[in-house]
Design a protein around this ligand. Structure first.
Ligand SMILES: [Zn+2]
Length: 257
């Protein structure tokens, strides 16, 4: 009788091992669009401004990002262009940090439009174009496709939703989204940064600033919103807000204007 049990257990183990190895071989390698360099050249203004060696480094980082982070569509499919734009948005704010990896991100969920707090796509009030997940959604990022595309196609604008969300992730690299990215800002400079943030938020609240008023919500949002401006319109930011420009250059380790 015992032999029957042992044989039974053996068969179950063999079946489990076979199933597991099948599952493994079914797991697709994440897709990198074949024409990703061409797509970057056509659609990403930040990339177009880089020197030839920088372009190679940028493209390599985009490829690596797409090989490690899964992008999936909900009620839509993520097209090659969407994947390349999202990866570019990931690389832009981290380009000053050699070999940076988003260790706090595994998955990106792309929605066909803006959504609400319950991730619904059908209500009239859908205020969210992108978010970094927390709690059960830790390691996930949610993005609305039209907002991702607008961030790259509206070349005169100051907004880029996907860059905004990746800046939150960089801010979160020290454990908390609080607008003080301690991993990238020397401790001595944090006080100066806080003073500039206070000053700029005051200007927004008094209606005396051209920075998106959402930046006045809290310091985390201020960092993300002003970073969008920095990466989209560096020369304008430098002219309008020289101190802010200087601090953002320091934080992201990039001179853009
Ligand atoms: Zn935000």
């Amino acid at each position: 009788m015992e032999a029957v049990y042992i044989l039974g257990a053996f068969i179950i183990i063999v079946l489990l091992v076979v199933r597991r190895s099948r599952k493994k071989s079914n797991k697709k390698k994440l897709a990198v669009p074949q024409n990703y360099v061409e797509l970057l050249a056509q659609t990403v203004p930040y990339y177009q401004r880089l020197s030839t060696p920088e372009k190679s480094r940028f493209a390599a980082s985009v490829k690596e990002f797409l090989e490690t982070v899964h992008i999936e569509g909900v009620k839509t499919s993520a097209e090659p262009m969407d994947c390349v734009l999202i990866a570019a948005a990931a690389v832009i704010p981290s380009f000053g940090f050699e070999n940076w990896k988003y260790f706090n991100l595994t998955n990106i969920i792309l929605y066909p439009g803006a959504f609400d707090e319950e991730y619904r796509l059908d209500g009239e009030r859908r205020p969210i174009a992108g978010m970094v997940g927390s709690g059960a959604l830790n390691g996930q990022m949610l993005l609305s496709r039209p907002s991702v595309r607008a961030g790259f196609f509206d070349i005169h604008g100051k907004h880029n939703t996907a860059v905004h969300e990746f800046v939150h992730l960089l801010d979160k690299a020290d454990g908390i989204v609080d607008g003080v990215p301690e991993k990238f800002l020397r401790h001595a400079a944090t006080e100066e940064w806080e003073q500039i943030v206070q000053h700029e938020i005051g200007l927004i609240e008094r209606g005396e600033s051209d920075i998106n008023s959402y930046g006045a919500v809290n310091h985390g949002e201020f960092l993300a919103v002003s970073a969008e401006y920095f990466f989209q319109q560096p020369a304008r930011l430098k002219e309008e807000h020289p101190e802010l420009y200087r601090m953002l250059s320091l934080i992201f380790n990039q001179q853009l204007a």
